[in-house]
Design a protein around this ligand. Structure first.
Ligand SMILES: [Zn+2]
Length: 252
């Protein structure tokens, strides 16, 4: 199993993990560490992949997940929550040992943590979520609960890069306006526009006072690395889903 672990989070007593496609039991086209049953996998394979993950990462329990709909809604979670039927693209909790996860296959997964309050959040930001500033909304909510912008940590996982994420002019226009200096994250190449989701989401955090040195990015393109990552665009939808998981550990 090949995982990407956040060193930034580990240094502050949090767990931040991004899975790759390597190390699971699922069969093509979702080989092999896939975490979404629909539409190409079986519940048994996904459950086995989760069991394998739990043997590799000290997860205190199964991560809470929602039904993601490319919206900007966030869900506050507690130990007794069962959010799997809730439509939301971000999860947040202040409880220790309660892992939260979002699933992606090109969209940008972002994990947030605030050392002072212990609040953690997992955010799913594709172009729609980015255009709607879902990350800024979640971070602002954390600030309203007592988090400090100057201390907040962010880890951005694998997503489709500006090399491969072509969009139409209308989408480019919406994304230019979603962050300060947003036009610098959108590039035109003849009749196509290419967007840098990481740059836009980074700017949304910086605008709230989050320190640049507290934002960890991977800057690796899911579409460019078929051996390592699922990519919805590259594989025209016939692909699996990675997980991005965050938790505050009671005993790190
Ligand atoms: Zn690429």
């Amino acid at each position: 199993m090949h995982l990407i672990r956040s060193r930034l989070f580990a240094r502050h007593g949090f767990m931040g993990v991004f899975t790759t496609r390597l190390g699971g039991v699922s069969q093509p086209p979702v080989d092999s560490l896939n975490f979404a049953v629909q539409p190409f996998d079986s519940p048994e394979h996904v459950a086995e992949n989760l069991a394998l993950l739990k043997r590799t990462v000290p997860l205190p329990r199964d991560p809470l997940r929602t039904r993601q709909v490319h919206g900007v809604t966030m869900l506050s979670c507690h130990r007794a929550s069962d959010p799997c039927q809730h439509e939301a693209d971000a999860l947040l909790t202040d409880e220790p040992d309660l892992p939260l996860a979002v699933q992606t296959a090109d969209c940008l997964p972002i994990l947030l943590a605030d050392p002072g309050t212990g609040i953690v959040a997992a955010v799913h930001a594709g172009w729609r979520g980015t255009a709607g500033n879902i990350l800024g909304r979640v971070a602002e909510h954390m600030l309203s609960l007592g988090a400090e912008a100057g201390c907040m940590l962010a880890s951005m996982g694998p997503c489709i890069g500006p090399c491969c994420f072509g969009i139409d002019e209308g989408t480019a226009e919406r994304l230019r306006g979603c962050a300060p200096d947003g036009n610098r994250a959108v590039r035109r190449d003849n009749d196509a526009w290419y967007v840098d989701l990481v740059a836009l989401n980074r700017r949304q955090l910086l605008a709230l006072g989050v320190q640049d040195s507290h934002i960890e990015t991977l800057n690796t393109c899911t579409s460019c690395h078929p051996r390592l990552f699922f990519s919805h665009r590259r594989d025209r939808g016939r692909t699996g889903r990675h997980l991005a998981i965050v938790a505050r550990l009671a005993n790190p």
